[in-house]
Design a protein around this ligand. Structure first.
Ligand SMILES: C[S@@+](CC[C@H](N)C(=O)[O-])C[C@H]1O[C@@H](n2cnc3c(N)ncnc32)[C@H](O)[C@@H]1O
Length: 322
């Protein structure tokens, strides 16, 4: 984050410099003063060894950093324990000096569905809302954007990002431990905004889409990846209580309702580029998460339904233009 402060003056932040500087400083003060998980996780990151990885691979399924022979056996054990202490690793996989972090989600599967539809990222200003440990930020960095800025308010995921950045040291990738609503309104600034796995957690999804719309330059694009209901009846599922055991799921639109949300938020050229049922290959329990996973969220006698009796998770990717 310090590097963010140092670098962003050169990265075309223009009129947003002052507001962003304040946000970065507030967040730094917060991280320095807070107890609990942030402090614990920060210590984990700081105690990992200072090694120059030498080789880095951002284009394979796993974000790969360094080689196994760069760690002595006792260093490897300490490194492994440090990474485990940052669990749950939901997004990935990552390889740190030969230690394979087998995340709950095989995030490369979503990346492969998305990447053929992305615009040229070179020299672009990109925002990734809810960037988790930065898996997609690192993937996009390979295409040389002006910058890719992530927002991730959950401490474990933010510090997972910090571990990867400690070794990757990518000058055009940043992440702030902040929620989207903490970002100042930055009208007509970003070229591309990713909003993936977020909208179904929002009580006012159209309002959020409108804010995203206003933050894009004219002609800029949004990528929305969301849970959807198959069908085109302009309906939304609003779970009575939980959906797939998640408490914080509000609206799950069908395909035409999703398109209507984007239209009413001001977007045009709306394209649904992918619709995929979530499979046990893509989301499953691994030693890197302690919680349940997809198998536990589905009805064992009818896996086309969640344990609550709703349609099982299906995700769609939409791309639209501001
Ligand atoms: C379902 S995950 C999706 C992660 C990633 N975007 C992906 O598609 O794989 C949602 C992420 O958004 C983060 N998040 C939750 N509320 C947020 C908010 N208000 N602003 C930004 N991120 C948020 C969560 O901590 C979590 O990492």
């Amino acid at each position: 984050m310090e590097q963010f402060l140092e670098n962003y003056g050169h990265l075309g932040w223009g009129q947003w410099y002052d507001t962003l500087e304040k946000l970065v400083k507030d967040k730094r003060a917060f991280l320095d003063s807070t107890g609990g998980n942030f402090e614990k996780f920060k210590y984990v990151v700081e105690s990992l060894p200072e090694i120059c990885p030498g080789t880095v691979d951002l284009s394979s399924k796993a974000v790969s950093i360094g080689k196994a022979d760069q760690l002595l056996p006792d260093e490897k054990e300490r490194f492994y324990n440090g990474l485990i202490n940052l669990s749950p690793w939901r997004k990935g996989p990552f390889d740190f000096f030969g230690i394979h972090v087998d995340s709950e989600w095989q995030s490369w599967m979503k990346w492969e569905r998305l990447v053929p539809h992305l615009p040229n990222l070179k020299n672009r200003k990109i925002l990734d809302i809810g960037s988790s440990n930065g898996y997609y930020l690192f993937k996009m960095a390979a295409s040389d954007p002006m910058f890719a800025l992530g927002l991730e308010p959950q401490s474990a995921f933010y510090y997972q990002y910090c571990v990867a950045q400690k070794y990757l040291n990518l000058e055009n990738v940043f992440c702030l431990p902040a929620a989207y609503n903490e970002l100042p309104s930055m009208n007509r600034f970003f070229d591309l905004v990713l909003c993936m796995g977020i909208l179904y957690h929002r009580k006012a999804p159209v309002k959020m889409l409108r804010q995203i719309h206003d933050s894009l330059v004219p002609g800029g694009q949004v990528v929305v990846e969301n849970l959807v209901i198959k069908g085109e009846n302009n309906h939304c599922l609003f779970p009575f209580d939980r959906y797939a055991k998640m408490r914080n799921v509000f609206f799950i639109p069908d395909l035409s309702a999703m398109e209507a949300w984007l239209t009413r938020a001001g977007f045009s050229n709306i394209r649904c580029v992918d619709i995929t049922d979530t499979t046990h290959e893509e989301q499953r329990k691994t030693p890197w998460i302690q919680t349940e996973s997809l198998k536990d969220f589905l009805d064992p006698s009818d896996p086309s339904k969640t344990v609550e009796g709703y349609p099982a998770p299906v995700r769609a990717i939409y791309i639209a233009t501001a």
